[in-house]
Design a protein around this ligand. Structure first.
Ligand code: ADP
Ligand code: SR1
Ligand code: MG
Ligand code: MG
Length: 422
């Protein structure tokens, strides 16, 4: 089979496909002597919302083959979504892989006709961070690694590093991912605040809470500000879906996968996604065990990770800024920002705005996971509905407060104190 036009792959045709691509045959040593070609096995392991993921293995090596179909996997063909998202995912993986090679799986092959990416398999003990958080496993290097990933990918794709011309050229490369942005605009910034056929929540417990969102004028004013920022601000190349299921971990390794929503958007959307999902994990803990005390130490570790992630991100980002102050970046021209006082003021203002953006976007991401279309396993695996609703309500109330009052917070330690109060 030549695969000259788009074909939906299954476990059988994936093998034919792999054999037809020289780069993949070479990685799996299919042309060598022996039985490498005969011993190929394929398993569909996709557990995400959108795409199909095949693990192809033989005695030599393993390869991940991720295919996008023209609809949303977890909903079905009734919700179309362009399969071109695979193109933007491949471009983002390449770009993020250049900037943060230790934290992104290598792309082996991309086929635009088939909307198919072949990439490095992240073998066990790599697991999806969300599953690790549900299981109560600590990762001492997580904050350091993710802070490094975010600081580097965001700084090196921003106007702090690019000239304005270069920046516009880069922005243009990802402009075509508009359908994925539009999807986010709907499910994060609109649907939770209106009646939508897709919304659901732990009913009847959260019925009043969901209704209250639709009547909360202050909240609706704040979400509008964030929606505009998301749609208008081409600040940096963001991952666009950096929740805890887009991170795979071992004690030594942190890998960021699944950047199909990548585009030039506000940096705070990535930082907020990660921190907001850690907050969801925090509030789920009491529902995941019989005795709340059983996860006391683990909850403390999540809070530490929230605090360390922001603080290390801040430190890394500002260090990159200082290092490249006299480079090509045109946000703060050295000739204009020519004394230490104004440079410090510029950094403080930039980082304060980024902090408040991150809190706002993080809160919006928390809300959509409780009343919107796609929920998170952290809460969904709490089988007792009353218990689940009680955990979700705490997260929802924190998120509403953060969304409305984010400008009042001056540092991440205050956020951790606020989380403890809910
Ligand atoms: P989706 O876009 O549908 O969310 P993901 O890229 O998140 O798809 O992949 C779905 C699942 O496939 C992940 O949760 C993970 O279990 C597995 N997976 C994806 N990429 C890799 C990889 N490079 N190595 C190992 N497993 C992977
Ligand atoms: C139907 S919404 C599916 C969600 O899953 C992806 O990971 C994105 O977050 C998207 O909004
Ligand atoms: Mg995913
Ligand atoms: Mg995805």
């Amino acid at each position: 089979m030549a695969f000259l036009e788009f074909t939906r792959l299954d476990e059988r045709s994936v093998i034919e496909y792999v054999k037809s691509v020289a780069a993949l045959s070479s990685i799996l040593k299919l042309d060598d002597e022996g039985d490498a070609a005969e011993k190929l096995t394929v398993k569909e392991i996709g557990d995400g919302n959108l795409n199909f993921v095949f693990l192809v293995t033989n005695s030599v090596h393993s390869v991940i083959m991720k295919q996008s179909l023209p609809y949303i996997r977890c909903i079905g063909e009734s919700w179309p979504l362009t399969k071109d998202r695979a193109y933007f995912e491949a471009m983002a993986l390449e770009e993020q892989g250049r900037i943060a090679p230790h934290h992104v799986p290598q792309v082996y092959h991309f086929d635009p006709t088939m909307s198919l990416i072949a990439m490095r398999y992240l073998p066990p003990p790599h697991i999806i961070l969300r599953k690790a958080l549900i299981a109560g496993i600590q990762y001492p290097l997580l904050a350091r690694h993710i802070a490094h990933f975010m600081a580097n990918t965001l700084f090196f794709t921003s106007l702090l590093f690019h000239s304005t011309l270069d920046h516009k050229r880069q922005v243009a490369k990802f402009c075509g991912n508009a359908a994925l942005c539009r999807h986010t605009e709907q499910v994060v910034f609109s649907d939770p605040y209106q009646i939508s056929q897709y919304n659901h929540w732990t009913s009847p417990y959260l019925d009043p809470d969901a209704e209250a969102l639709r009547h909360d004028n202050l909240l609706k004013l704040e979400i509008a500000i964030l929606k505009s920022k998301f749609s208008e601000q081409a600040q940096a190349l963001i991952h666009g879906d950096l929740h805890t299921s887009s991170v795979m971990v071992t004690p030594e390794s942190t890998q960021v996968i699944d950047p199909e929503f990548a585009f030039y958007g506000p940096m705070g959307y990535d930082i907020g996604a990660f921190l907001g999902n850690l907050m969801l994990a925090f509030f789920a803990q009491d529902g995941l065990v019989d005795q709340p005390d059983h996860r006391k130490a683990y909850k403390e570790w999540i809070l530490e990770t929230i605090e360390d992630t922001w603080n290390l991100f801040y430190k890394n980002f500002v260090a990159l800024w200082d290092e490249h102050r006299n480079g090509a970046g045109e946000a703060y021209l050295p000739a204009v920002y020519n004394n230490p006082e104004v440079q410090l003021l510029a950094q403080k203002r930039y980082m304060a705005e980024l902090f408040h953006d991150s809190l706002g976007f993080g809160a919006a991401k928390m809300i959509r996971r409780i009343v919107g279309v796609a929920h998170v396993e952290d809460f969904e695996s709490i089988t007792d509905a009353a218990k689940r609703a009680s955990c979700e309500r705490k997260a929802l109330n924190l998120a509403k407060m953060l969304l409305k009052d984010r400008a009042k917070f001056e540092g991440i330690a205050q956020i951790v104190s606020a989380i403890r109060q809910f």
